[in-house]
Design a protein around this ligand. Structure first.
Ligand code: PRP
Ligand code: URA
Length: 216
């Protein structure tokens, strides 16, 4: 999809290594410990790509060889906001890259019958409006949960161009629903699947991410 990716959708390079990780986590025979381990590897790649989207300024350092290196350094402060429960699985990957990163949480659950999201709880850093925000949720299905979470962020003063929504699996309907509301927010995803089934689960998909990561 990369060549014809819609605007503001950043798809991880579809390397054989990435495909092998997805092959493991999509397999219904995969046991929980492997599901966690290989999901975490994908999450790390998503975080690295999210960081890659942030602005930098030039920075020159001297090396032990007596030379100078003309590099860059990141501008600004970041934080992560996970959509509980499944989004919490992505927090450690962010911490692994950004020590002592600030984290906020939003509890949204999809109603199992209607697939409609319901907001239960939010706790966000006080200064979130001055930060770049990585919104964390592994699954973008209808987009309802991510849309609700993004509305919370905007209501706290975060600018759309400072939000990056990181997910493992998306699909065209969810992307389109999300971008109809927030065309300027970048979606960083590892896979764009075919669509949704009648239960609003992603197909090809991997089933219920939260259950597989935390419970079974
Ligand atoms: C899952 C997933 C997303 C949501 C995606 O969460 O983690 O938050 O569904 O679906 P949507 O795009 O149609 O809103 P779920 O509500 O099942 O809760 P969980 O995190 O406890 O698994
Ligand atoms: N949430 C999941 O965990 N999986 C789906 O396919 C859709 C929503």
């Amino acid at each position: 999809m990369s060549a014809e990716s819609p605007k503001n959708v950043i798809l991880l390079p579809q390397t054989n290594q990435l495909l092998s990780l997805y092959t493991i986590i999509r397999n219904k025979e995969t046991q929980r410990s492997d599901f966690v381990f290989y999901s975490d590897r994908i999450i790390r790649l998503l975080v690295e790509e999210g960081l890659n989207q942030l602005p930098v300024e030039p920075k020159t350092v001297s090396t032990p060889t007596g030379e100078v290196f003309e590099g860059v350094k990141f501008l600004g402060k970041i934080c992560g906001v996970s959509i509980i429960r499944a989004g919490e699985s992505m927090e450690q990957g962010l911490r692994d890259c950004c020590r002592s990163v600030r984290l906020g949480k939003i509890l949204i659950q999809r109603d199992e019958e209607t697939a409609l999201p319901k907001l239960y709880y939010e706790k966000l850093p006080e200064d979130i409006a001055s930060r770049y925000v990585f919104l964390l949720d592994p699954m973008l299905a209808t987009g309802g949960s991510a849309i609700m979470a993004t509305e919370v962020l905007l209501s706290r003063g975060v600018k759309p161009e400072r939000i990056f929504f990181l997910n493992l699996i998306s699909n065209p309907e969810g992307i389109s629903n999300y971008h109809k509301k927030f065309p300027d927010i970048k979606i960083v995803t590892g896979a764009v699947d075919r669509g949704l089934n009648e239960s609003k689960h992603i197909v090809t998909g991997l089933g219920d991410f939260g259950d597989r990561y935390y419970c079974i």
